[in-house]
Ligand binder design. Structure first.
Ligand SMILES: CN1C(=O)N(C)[C@H]2CS[C@@H](CCCCC(=O)O)[C@H]21
Length: 124
């Protein structure tokens, strides 16, 4: 069964939505990230993402990673890394950790430019 092929629509507890397009034979994919919360007054437009997932073997709980280039925000970038889990009733979830790097004006602000967190996405 093709469990945890990441193609499709996902949502997290912050209300963000991720649309992952087709996953290639080498595991690579692209997609869009729509945040529900806006850090600025700029209108929210979908940000592009690209990444890859493990596809080898029968293990149906593959690891993956992807990068989001924010459009309507402060020239920041987020990288996500995680694993897809399937529960007893076949429900899939993406357990991720992320690093959000904002662009700061000078190197002396470099120390405070990266936030981290963890986040779970489920299919919608
Ligand atoms: C909405 N979010 C979300 O669904 N996350 C898992 C976290 C990690 S990416 C961040 C949004 C960053 C928006 C761009 C910016 O504010 O510079 C936050």
């Amino acid at each position: 069964p093709c469990k945890c092929i990441l193609s499709g629509q996902w949502q997290n507890d912050l209300g963000s939505q991720v649309h992952i397009f087709d996953v290639e034979a080498d595991g690579s994919f692209s997609g869009e990230y729509r945040t529900a919360v806006s850090a600025t007054q700029a209108p929210i437009q979908p940000a592009l993402l690209c990444g890859s997932q493990q596809l080898h073997g029968e293990g149906q709980q593959p690891t993956f990673g992807f990068t989001v280039n924010w459009k309507s925000f402060s020239d920041s970038t987020t990288v996500f890394v995680g694993q897809c889990f399937v529960d007893k009733s076949g429900e899939e979830s993406l357990h991720t950790m992320w690093l959000l790097r904002e662009e700061v004006n000078s190197g002396k602000d470099d120390w405070k430019a990266t936030r981290t967190g963890c986040n779970v996405f489920t299919r919608i």
